[in-house]
Design a protein. Structure first.
Length: 618
């Protein structure tokens, strides 16, 4: 059957790429193809509007099967990922009951975050009571300087229970770079400490002990190429330095677990995970291991924290669902879905249930686990995989040329590069070039959020390897919505809600479009907006605005009519409220000469404009 290549739709003649381009060029009517249709990504490469078979000819990404080196299409021949849910453990008895309940409801992987001073034998016994370690993936996070103790206690517990150690699997995630990245504290003796962890982990053959937490970069707003490139450099740093310390490279590689974030860049995320497996396999193979299986990446994926929002939090369900879909399609080994309300409070039973079921729906109803690498062979995905791999590989090589991952972290280059990307993305959010639905576009006009905020602190509060004051740059974990949320919360906390009144007049289509735009614009700061169907005269509109006690009057009309209406409205208002013109009319300079200074349009910096009004009105 594989030799029979029946041509579908044989009655239609083939269309060449040149013919497609000629048709597109004609339809563009002189507009430049590169400017109108080519997507300039933040990853460092461009994406075309269409791809064809010739675009993937010769690509390595399409030359192997699932389970075959270099594992682009997956490290195994199935797609049955683990459904993981994490918890911060404070009450060990309650945590045990919670874990058992989750296991009854479809979870197949548990993540426990334990404070360093709580790593004790009796707590381990209480936490794992009734849980079969051979049937459930168990993952532990604690303070770096307590990891060896946790490994020892876990091994003693499993041995005491008579568990088959070859069938017990999971991770005890030791991250030697967490404090340089998050706290700005150097950790020069990380190799010695990591070697100690690796030696202790020999008692847990099925557990990964070294953690590459690339999700930190995702949560800090990095581009995907940075997350992938730095993750590869991080993993290679561990293999190279520990090899120098006497460990076999393949043994080190088999103890590394990659924890990635998942952003809402759907197709690019699919490509990221495929490229990650490919490049990591090539890196490990370069150490000369006889068995290529040492290069099989174990990849856990967690939905992004960067794009979660406090306002209109249920939209987070849409974000995390598409993120989960991309990771599942890409063939990761396990997934954690962040509850939709985790940005502002400790998740409750409802939000945890929904987060859990988001994965179960993809398995039980959508059957995502029944198809291995469904994106394989897609011209678009294959080109994305190759393009992203090239950019990430170049970043990996640059990092190696600068002395390796820890050297670039110690110099602050990694943190500064990621923070610069985060700043660029937050500027895109401020100008609406990147949309966060419900935050910088189409907000819920009447929602308040101050009363639902219940922030929690990080479980790990210890220091490791140094007690010095921060001396390095730190990753900035401000979310994409943080600045808009601060703005809107400032309005809430002020106890005063400014009113923005739409003075709609003239051309029906233009006044309606601009009033809708302006209502959404000012509602992003939590202002009360008053829309209107239209006024016959400027005087009637101003009178109605003053009667409504408006703080801002927004003139909504057409560009041609602004020449007459804007000066008349400005003079009639006479400084009794802020005056704004919706749009960017050709007569803007003339209007500015008359004293009109506020204009809002699609090119406005929404955040800075609203900050300016907040300074005046609250």
């Amino acid at each position: 059957m594989t030799e029979l290549k029946e041509k579908l739709f044989s009655e239609f003649p083939p269309v060449s790429t040149e013919a497609w381009m000629a048709k597109i060029t004609a339809d563009l009517k002189g507009a430049p193809f590169e400017k109108k249709l080519v997507w300039k990504t933040g990853e460092g490469f461009s994406v075309n509007p269409f791809y064809r078979l010739e675009d993937i000819e010769g690509l390595k990404t399409a030359a192997s099967l699932p389970g075959e080196f270099p594992y682009v299409r997956g490290t195994k021949r199935d797609n049955d990922w683990k459904v993981r849910q994490d918890m911060d453990v404070r009450d060990f008895r309650a945590a045990n009951a919670r874990a058992l309940d989750w296991l009854q409801k479809g979870v197949t992987s548990l993540g426990f975050h334990i404070a360093g001073d709580e790593v004790k034998a009796e707590n381990m016994v209480t936490l794992l009571e009734g849980i079969c370690p051979e049937a459930v993936e168990l993952n532990f996070n604690t303070c770096p300087n307590r990891t060896v103790t946790l490994i020892t206690l876990l091994a003693e517990y499993l041995t005491g229970k008579g568990a088959d150690m070859e069938k017990c699997y999971g991770s005890v995630n030791y991250n030697p770079f967490i404090h340089p990245l998050k706290k700005g504290v150097t950790h020069d003796d990380w190799v010695e400490e990591t070697a100690t962890v690796l030696e202790a982990a020999g008692a847990l053959p099925g557990y990964r002990a070294l953690s590459v937490d690339a999700c930190l970069f995702c949560d800090a707003g990095a581009y995907l190429s940075q997350e992938l490139g730095y993750a590869l450099a991080w993993g290679n740093e561990c293999v190279a330095r520990l090899s120098d310390a006497g460990f076999a490279p393949s043994d080190v590689a088999r103890k590394i677990k990659f924890n990635f974030g998942i952003s809402s860049n759907y197709f690019m995320e699919i490509a990221k995970f495929r490229a990650a497996r490919w490049l990591w396999a090539e890196i490990v193979a370069a150490y000369g291991s006889e068995c290529t299986c040492a290069g099989k990446m174990l990849a856990h994926a967690r939905t992004s924290e960067w794009n979660l929002t406090i306002y209109d939090a249920h939209v987070n369900l849409l974000r995390t669902q598409t993120e989960t879909m991309s990771a599942a399609i890409a063939g990761v080994d396990s997934i954690t879905v962040s509850p939709f309300d985790s940005a502002c409070r400790t998740p409750d039973d409802f939000s945890e249930r929904i987060a859990r079921n988001q994965q179960l729906l993809l398995k039980e109803e959508c059957h995502f686990d029944q198809v291995v690498d469904p994106s394989g062979g897609s011209y678009y995905i294959e080109v994305l995989t190759d393009s992203l791999a090239q950019v990430a590989w170049n970043l990996f090589l640059e990092t190696e040329d600068r002395g390796g991952f820890y050297a670039t972290v110690k110099s602050g280059e990694v943190q500064q590069a990621v923070n610069a990307s985060s700043l660029a993305r937050r500027k895109a959010v401020a100008t609406r070039r990147e949309i966060l639905l419900g935050t910088n576009q189409y907000p819920n006009f009447t929602e308040t959020a101050a009363e639902k905020i219940n922030a929690t602190c990080d479980t790990c509060c210890c220091t490791s390897g140094s007690v010095d004051a921060p001396s390095l740059p730190e990753l900035d974990f401000s979310r994409g919505a943080s600045e808009f949320e601060d703005l809107r919360l400032a309005t809430e906390y002020s106890g005063r809600t400014p009113k923005a009144f739409m003075l709609t007049i003239g051309n029906l289509a233009m006044r309606l479009a601009r009033s809708q735009f302006s209502c959404n614009f000012f509602a992003c700061a939590g202002y009360s907006v008053i829309d209107n169907l239209g006024f016959d005269t400027i005087e009637a509109g101003i009178e109605a605005a003053l009667k409504a006690e408006a703080d801002i009057v927004v003139l909504c009309s057409s560009d041609d009519e602004y020449t007459e209406y804007a000066p008349a409205a400005f003079e009639a208002l006479n400084g009794r409220a802020e005056f704004v013109v919706a749009g960017a009319p050709a007569c803007s300079d003339e209007l500015r000469a008359r004293g009109i200074t506020h204009f809002i349009n699609v090119k406005s910096n929404v955040l800075e404009t609203l900050r300016e009004f907040n300074r005046k009105l609250i």
